[in-house]
Ligand binder design. Structure first.
Ligand SMILES: [Zn+2]
Length: 97
């Protein structure tokens, strides 16, 4: 079970990396739900063709794009890191859902 503070930290991390400000309401409410809303509002929904995990693409302030896990215990984790198909994983393997 992922601790609420972990979801809150993932949310802050994505906000920082993407320069997308957290909404004022972001300091209130359940962190997992806030993260879910942030991903849904700002990310581009897709599915990893390597493992079928549902993801959201975000563009970092650096210009690089990164996929974040859309739901579950790993929600908000960079999918480049947690993809179980990472051995054959490249950007090419991620397609739009
Ligand atoms: Zn994957």
């Amino acid at each position: 079970m992922t601790a609420p503070e972990e979801f809150a930290e993932r949310l802050r991390s994505i906000s920082r990396l993407t320069d997308i400000p957290l909404p004022a309401i972001a300091e209130e409410g359940e962190p997992k739900h806030r993260l879910e809303e942030f991903l849904d509002e700002h990310g581009d929904y897709a599915q990893c063709s390597g493992c079928k995990t549902h993801i959201y693409w975000f563009q970092h302030a650096s210009g690089k794009k990164a996929p974040y896990v859309a739901s579950g215990e790993n929600m908000g984790v960079n999918h480049f890191i947690d993809c179980p198909a990472s051995a054959r994983f490249t950007k090419i393997h991620i397609i739009d859902a």
